[in-house]
Design a protein around this ligand. Structure first.
Ligand SMILES: *[C@@H]1O[C@H](CO)[C@@H](O)[C@H](O)[C@H]1NC(C)=O
Ligand SMILES: *[C@@H]1O[C@H](CO)[C@@H](O)[C@H](O)[C@H]1NC(C)=O
Ligand SMILES: *[C@@H]1O[C@H](CO)[C@@H](O)[C@H](O)[C@H]1NC(C)=O
Ligand SMILES: *[C@@H]1O[C@H](CO)[C@@H](O)[C@H](O)[C@H]1NC(C)=O
Ligand SMILES: *[C@@H]1O[C@H](CO)[C@@H](O)[C@H](O)[C@H]1NC(C)=O
Ligand SMILES: [Fe+2]
Length: 676
């Protein structure tokens, strides 16, 4: 931009520098990578490139950054408000005094704000960061911007609609400048932020001017509270939240009950790195998470509504929220929401590290569902925030889900983007977690697991037993997780929970090939357990679409559903044959196409953003795929089971249907069916 207004000499020296850089860049990106990366990293980088649609912005961390030569004296960047930011705020960033607006002028939001050298070049990092997907041999920007926008997002900027005269001669304007404004959605990430105005696009950025640092009014504010169950009783609920303050806080709930928080955090040292290839989490993507508080509210009644707030007199209190406990295991009816691979997207026109374009529509629809009061719980089966080493993105994700996760339990499974990293014990040797290795995941989403880094567990809600595994940890025969899932599923009392739903991240069946091809070893090891234990339904994510199978085992249909006039499918498990399998990774990440239409086991394929509603009674579980854009149901299926003699437990039925006449029960069931 102002380069054009700068003196000729420095402008051409800039051009010279750029072309030297270009030559360097071209020569270093020649066919092979002279600095030898382990082949697994090279492969995963290729995968990553394929998988994430690497943008110029994504590889900013591999750019040389310098001061632009001789910025003009009128240049200014102003932010309103300019201090004491609220916990959520839309700030206006105005750049003014620009001589010649350029298409590649841009503004970054940077945090934390350290000394001025910090937003400069980091030549020492030259060899690093294959995870960004860029294998060229460039030095790095030290900071990864939280987000950025081109000034051209404001049409008034490029057109110079807002001219200001800076110099008059004989009453005539001889020097005028242009300006433009951008809206940035800012949430309380505790650390000060600054806005930096760059020329040169994302390819050859240079700093023109910077705002003053902006602070948050209360960096210690307790925020982003989200719920999870600790067991199957429905009488306790864990609340986890974030604050800049380390001292224990409280959750106050029900009739004046108080629980004190346990406080944890994680540090840069907890992020994994290989000595030769440091990860984003360990370096440019690191952001201080503050402190993660967690407390268990006890003495609750299942399927009931309570109110709560969290915080303390010294740091402040959250708003008052209402939440609903899930139904106790063994009770009658459950309504839940389930999906994988949601992620997040900015609430402004910014680009950022990793955007999942469908996430906002899906979260909007889920918020309507949860606000209806009809749902008891949520399951998000892997690939949660996609922060993948750019840690500030966990805060943005937590902020986005808090309208739903503050009301009902938000249960999770771990995905490759939370866990995988070379030499870290993950089954798959990829850099997909950007060095996080599950540490932020487990801290933000404490699940009722047995130990650290063993993220598998089961939980019962009403008539359903959910067995939730990690496809990223060893599941091979005789492994610890294998033994656990075998014991867990073998010990289910099917008279209490007639339904068994098995969930994890990577699927056993998909019609999307390529980098998603199914791991045959996983199927060989684990699928027999599903059959032996009469799993009714398996749900997986990872592939970004929706697909439903027949009752399937070993690649073959063991039973087909009947289909009603509306296309709804009914599987009868009264005489069990095999699990039904569904892929439900369509909640936000860029959708995948079905590359293979020839699978006879595949009964329904939809590549649209959405989520699944589940409804369970003792006799039936039913599911609906909801298109988030239209809220229309685009697939329905149900699984029926007449309770066989061996499963009927009269006392259960008596307590289950206490006080309801038999004919009323029949009527209720008929209504349930007609809703399908
Ligand atoms: C990397 O990919 C190539 C070709 O796709 C494959 O032959 C090789 O085994 C892979 N290496 C690793 C370590 O995964
Ligand atoms: C900021 O703007 C976005 C988009 O218009 C809106 O959704 C959000 O509610 C706004 N937030 C605040 C705190 O004004
Ligand atoms: C600004 O310029 C663009 C072309 O660069 C044009 O399409 C647009 O209509 C102009 N807007 C105004 C407000 O003049
Ligand atoms: C149950 O299904 C199997 C095949 O899947 C069949 O051989 C058997 O006869 C069926 N039993 C009943 C009672 O329908
Ligand atoms: C899926 O197919 C559509 C239409 O052919 C195409 O535009 C889109 O890029 C494809 N998506 C992916 C992820 O390959
Ligand atoms: Fe995944």
């Amino acid at each position: 931009m102002s380069l054009k207004g700068a003196p000729h000499s420095s402008s051409s020296s800039w051009d010279l520098k750029t072309s030297i850089l270009l030559v360097f860049f071209l020569s270093s990106s020649s066919p092979c990578f002279s600095w030898s990366l382990p082949p697994s990293i090279v492969n995963s980088t290729e995968q990553h490139r394929h998988h994430t649609f690497i943008s110029d912005f994504r590889v900013l961390t591999r750019r040389i950054l310098s001061e632009c030569p001789d910025p003009n004296p009128f240049l200014q960047i102003n932010v309103t408000p300019d201090s004491n930011l609220a916990d959520e705020e839309n700030v206006t960033v105005t750049v003014s005094g620009v001589f010649v607006p350029q298409k590649d002028d841009w503004v970054a939001m940077i945090s934390p704000v350290k000394n001025s050298n910090d937003v400069s070049r980091c030549p020492a990092n030259e060899l690093l960061y294959a995870e960004t997907g860029d294998l060229s041999k460039l030095p790095l920007l030290c900071h990864y911007p939280v987000k950025a926008q081109y000034m051209s997002n404001d049409p008034d900027y490029i057109n110079c609609t807002k001219k200001e005269c800076k110099k008059y001669k004989h009453g005539k304007c001889v020097k005028s400048t242009c300006s433009g404004s951008l809206r940035f959605h800012v949430i309380n990430i505790r650390t000060d932020i600054e806005f930096v105005f760059f020329a040169g696009g994302f390819e050859t950025p240079c700093v023109l001017t910077r705002s003053n640092p902006l602070n948050f009014a209360n960096p210690n504010q307790p925020l982003y509270g989200h719920l999870s169950s600790i067991d199957s009783t429905g009488t306790s609920m864990r609340l986890t939240w974030v604050s800049g303050d380390k001292a224990p806080q409280q959750v106050q709930h029900g009739d004046g009950k108080t629980q004190i928080s346990q406080v944890t955090t994680f540090s840069q040292d907890d992020m994994k790195s290989r000595s030769a290839v440091p990860s984003p989490a360990k370096d440019f993507g690191w952001h201080d998470p503050g402190f993660i508080h967690s407390a268990v509210m006890t003495g609750l009644r299942p399927s009931s509504t309570f109110s709560y707030r969290y915080g303390s007199d010294s740091v402040g209190w959250s708003d008052q929220f209402q939440f609903k406990t899930p139904p106790a295991g063994g009770s009658d009816e459950l309504n839940f929401l389930v999906y994988g691979d949601m992620g997040k997207a900015p609430l402004d026109a910014s680009v950022e590290h990793y955007i999942q374009p469908g996430s906002l529509a899906v979260i909007g629809a889920l918020t309507d569902e949860v606000n209806s009061g009809k749902f008891d719980s949520i399951f998000h089966i892997g690939d949660l925030s996609y922060s993948t080493g750019c840690l500030v993105e966990w805060d943005f994700f937590l902020q986005l889900i808090s309208p739903i996760a503050s009301q009902v339990s938000y249960m999770t499974a771990v995905g490759n983007h939370e866990r995988d990293y070379p030499d870290s014990g993950s089954v798959y040797i990829t850099t997909d977690s950007g060095g996080e290795c599950g540490v932020p995941y487990e801290t933000y989403f404490p699940m009722p697991t047995q130990a650290k880094d063993k993220p598998w567990y089961s939980i019962e809600q009403a008539s359903v037993h959910f067995t939730i595994i990690s496809t990223e940890h060893d599941w091979s025969e005789n492994s610890e997780q294998y033994e656990w899932m075998r014991n867990d599923m073998a010990s289910i009392d099917r008279s209490k929970t007639p339904w068994l739903i098995f969930m994890g991240h990577r699927p056993m069946y998909t019609s999307t090939d390529g980098i998603f091809s199914v791991d045959k070893k996983f199927v060989e090891a684990v699928e027999p357990l599903l059959l032996e234990n009469k799993v009714d339904l398996s749900l997986f994510g990872h592939v970004h679409n929706y697909e439903r199978s027949c009752a399937i085992y070993d690649g073959k249909c063991k039973a087909m559903p009947t289909t009603d006039e509306n296309g709804g499918a009914t599987y009868d498990n009264s005489n069990y044959s095999a699990p039904v399998q569904a892929v439900i990774g369509m909640a936000g990440f860029t959708l995948d196409n079905f590359t293979n239409d020839g699978n006879s086991w595949s009964l329904r394929r939809i590549s649209k953003f959405g989520y699944v509603r589940g409804h369970a009674t003792r006799e039936e579980i039913s599911f609906e795929f909801v298109n988030a854009a239209t809220m229309e149901v685009e697939d329905r299926f149900r699984i029926l089971k007449k309770q066989s003699a061996e499963y009927v437990d009269v006392s259960q039925i008596m307590t289950g249907f206490r006080g309801i006449a038999a004919d009323e029960v029949e009527r209720d069931r008929a209504t349930d069916r007609s809703e399908l």
